[in-house]
Design a protein around this ligand. Sequence first.
Ligand code: F0G
Length: 458
Amino acid sequence: MKYVPEPFRIKTVEPIKMTTREFRQDAIREAGYNTFLLKSEDVYIDLLTDSGTNAMSDAQWAALQLGDEAYAGSRNFYDLERTIQEVYGYKHVVPTHQGRAAEHIMSRLLIKPGDFVPGNMYFTTTRLHQELAGGTFNDAIIDEAHDPSCTHPFKGNFDVKKLQALVDKVGPKRIPYISAATCVNMAGGQPISIANLHELRAFADKHGLKIMLDNTRTVENAYFIQKREAGFANKSVKQIVREICSFTDGCTSSAKKDGLVNIGGFLATNDEDFFVASKEQVVIYEGLHTYGGLAGRDMAAMAQGIRESVANDDYIKYRVEQVNFFGDLLSAAGVPHVVPHGGHAIFLDARAFLPHIDQEQFPAQALAAEIYVETGVRAMERGNVSAGRNKETGQNYRPKLELVRLTIPRRVYTQSHLEYAAEGIINVFQKRDCVKGLRFTFEPSALRFFQARFETVG
Ligand code: F0G
């Protein structure tokens, strides 16, 4: 178990509050057993998400002072455009305020009612925008991705046979694009390989299909390729990032993750017509195409963050290996979680952790609440609550993966924070029989995990 030391030092600190168990019991009850509804100031170590929780560098803070807040043609837009062209290799760039805004625009433009969108597992906002545009998501990830204990090195890979089955069933005309993600979030942050991208491109070309990338965690994915895929050990992460993108026709991206900022996203494409249409849409929903809902200073920080994410391999090695170190602490104590460890988070296997709680009583939701009470650490449910209900049957989807995500913000927490969190989770594991299931007291109709409220059962 080795901790890769931080390639930075700390210049600014933010105090965090330590609370008592009694305090946290009241807080989680008031939050309806939903960690999204806790107040941030009542959380000691916040592992809710890696989204927008990054610590910016001194160069990024300095860049904020160089914001050109002109309504049109801000110099920060041109800097961002150049940076995205250089780092990811796409020709055209449309900034958006975050990733889902780019998904909204892409889905509206490309998906027609009755279409099918295959992907390497769903992501919540991505699938919702596909559905709102009249499409149906089709899961084409390899079976291994649904097995938390399978140690396949690239559990984010597509199963091309599943894609072929969809083409055979509905025909290529009803498939507007293949939705490919790097470091597949809902599978546990699992990477896709270059070999699989080759196969995917060949399949897409054979059937005249586009591939649109969810580029949110491509840098983390590139690190896994460098580490695990034959022939890549001597390539830089920067080179591998370009190579990943080169298999695709365009992307949507949330820069709140790999992009090392607190807000920002973009859509990028090599297709001139799609670019022109996207610029028309961004003006309606986000803002002019040279700011897309962002301040000039936000674009400046984003451009700098994207450059830093690939400037050398030290940062990404520290980042992914920090997540791995945390997972190793849990492995050593036998706490069930998804392996291999992903790039941005450790995902506890709530079914194996709490076998006495039926999936209809939301074991992952209950476990996230219990971890908060025990430790003050905030995690997130990624299971039956996140998956939602099947529109036709009204039944919960009951996904195979019933997970609690412990997501590590970038450049924020130290080795001892992670050791403290692991110790607390191991304590919960030792008294797991006492954890109770939950039932809804309020169930929102879309993306219900954000605002749902629960009470304990029994
Ligand atoms: N795609 C992926 C793979 C994501 O993980 C996210 C966000 C988005 C798209 C949407 O981007 O938040 O900027 O609108 N994931 C966050 C998370 C919310 O916690 O996993 P956004």
